[in-house]
Design a protein around this ligand. Structure first.
Ligand code: ZN
Length: 80
């Protein structure tokens, strides 16, 4: 099964322009907590007999989508 992925290929630049790092934003990522609905069911009706009252999703704040904010900082490898 195929699936669409967002990929960041990490390669050090020849000259470092910004000491705060390289910033990348990945948009339109479906919130896995609410599955893009922007709201989640409240707990309470154990048997699920009543339609669930819904709360706004705290993770995406109701947007249904997330943004991945990635910062890459380059430094010497001192692990070897
Ligand atoms: Zn959400």
């Amino acid at each position: 099964m195929s699936r669409k992925e967002q990929v960041l290929i990490i390669t050090p630049p020849m000259f470092e322009k910004d000491l705060n790092g390289e910033h990348f934003r990945f948009l339109d990522i479906i919130c896995p907590t609410c599955n893009g609905a922007g709201e989640v069911p409240q707990h309470g009706d154990f048997f699920g007999l009543e339609p669930a009252d819904m709360d706004i999703c705290q993770r995406c704040n109701g947007a249904g989508l997330l943004i991945a904010d990635v910062v890459v900082r380059w430094k010497p490898d001192e692990t070897v």
